[in-house]
Design a protein around this ligand. Structure first.
Ligand SMILES: Cc1cc2nc3c(=O)[nH]c(=O)nc-3n(C[C@H](O)[C@H](O)[C@H](O)COP(=O)(O)O)c2cc1C
Ligand SMILES: Nc1ncnc2c1ncn2[C@@H]1O[C@H](COP(=O)(O)OP(=O)(O)O)[C@@H](O)[C@H]1O
Length: 312
């Protein structure tokens, strides 16, 4: 898959089939549309293209909305790449861009830059300044500028009763199983391993502290989770805690993972953690010993779950 970050200076010679959207999560509903896009491309000899906007329009137009996204732009890129898309075009979303008319958007971007011959779009898609154009307007523009419009019907969309909002709510409630079922893959977070207080090793539970760079990334509900990752090229399972570490009177939220059967210094590594299951809420224990006892129990619960659900 090719990524085009600077659409301003881009011009495609190859005819394309395009869909437009944020696709946050790239969930099973999105995947259905993307597969249709890719198949149409193959059948009609067109490059499959997703035109997406970044930052998210709501980050730009309602600066205080504090929107959290299921995927970082990098994660979204990797998932789309795996699906077999030809091009991911990222249009920088700005105040200025939000004011361009629907027709200028169609002509300048869809036609002149992307060379669209077909546009696949949801029946309720709206676009252009104040979102004032709809699919019927797009069909009229198609006649003028020489592209076809294929509509994704309400039924097609409602058949998959999944939405990015439902997934965000499930994550905020700690319901990983529901989020993963809607996503069609395991929810993940990526970050850099940083130094903590060095207490983990003393407890015999070293924990890699994860720092997440993207402030817009959604973090699931605080608590403990069973996780999986690839660390230094090796698949590993582990248990993660997201919380305030009340037992040691912590003052900031930390995200920490203890990996099973693993022993290496991974400071400064970037790791991607997949969530498999929620273990429990975070608790304040009376002593470090009581916390360690609980961690031992968590490990037993996690290993039992892993052997039942993820046996090799
Ligand atoms: C699976 C898991 C569950 C945890 N649960 C709790 C908890 O319920 N309460 C708590 O205060 N700390 C909990 N911790 C966090 C420990 O307090 C933390 O790992 C310890 O303070 C080490 O911190 P350090 O990495 O800064 O040395 C948990 C850690 C892990 C890996
Ligand atoms: N099984 C393991 N799981 C997680 N980290 C480990 C493991 N074994 C070694 N480490 C290393 O130890 C560090 C965590 O040790 P810890 O004493 O908790 O220190 P810190 O407080 O700096 O996180 C990790 O960042 C990693 O580099």
């Amino acid at each position: 898959m090719r990524k085009v970050k600077n659409i301003e200076t881009y011009k495609s010679e190859e005819p394309a089939v395009v869909t437009i959207g944020t696709f946050d999560g790239v969930h099973i509903g999105h995947q259905k549309i993307i597969k249709r896009l890719i198949n149409t491309g193959k059948e009609d000899g067109l490059k499959s293209v997703i035109l997406t906007f970044f930052p998210h329009p709501r980050m730009v137009l309602q600066k205080d909305s504090n929107i959290k996204l299921i995927n970082t732009i990098k994660e979204r890129h990797d998932i789309l790449d795996d699906l077999g898309l030809d091009y991911l075009m990222i249009k920088k979303f700005t105040q200025e861009f939000s004011r361009i008319s629907a027709e200028d958007f169609v002509k300048d971007i869809l036609v002149d830059k992307i060379n669209a011959k077909k546009v696949i779009i949801g029946y309720d898609h709206r676009f252009g300044r104040n979102r004032n154009a709809d699919i019927n307007d797009l069909k009229v523009f198609g006649e003028t500028y020489g592209f076809e419009v294929e509509e994704i019907s309400a039924q097609d969309i409602n058949d998959v009763s999944v939405s990015s909002t439902k997934i965000r709510k499930a994550l905020e409630a700690g319901d990983i199983l529901k989020a993963n079922a809607f996503l069609g893959y395991n929810f993940m977070i990526s970050g850099v391993v940083t130094k903590g207080k060095g207490l983990g090793k003393q407890l015999n539970f070293p924990t890699a502290n994860l720092k997440i760079i993207e402030d817009y990334k959604i973090i699931p509900k605080q608590g403990s989770y069973i996780v999986r990752a690839t660390v230094q090229g090796k698949p590993v399972f582990g248990m993660m805690n997201i919380g305030m570490n009340p037992t040691v009177n912590g003052s900031n939220q930390t995200i920490e993972v203890h990996f099973f059967d693993f022993n290496a210094d991974i400071y400064d590594d970037t790791i991607k953690i997949e969530f498999l299951h929620r273990l429990r809420d975070e608790e304040k224990f009376d002593s470090i010993e009581a916390l360690t006892e609980q961690l031992k129990k968590d490990k037993t619960t996690a290993l039992d779950y892993i052997s039942k659900h993820h046996a090799e």
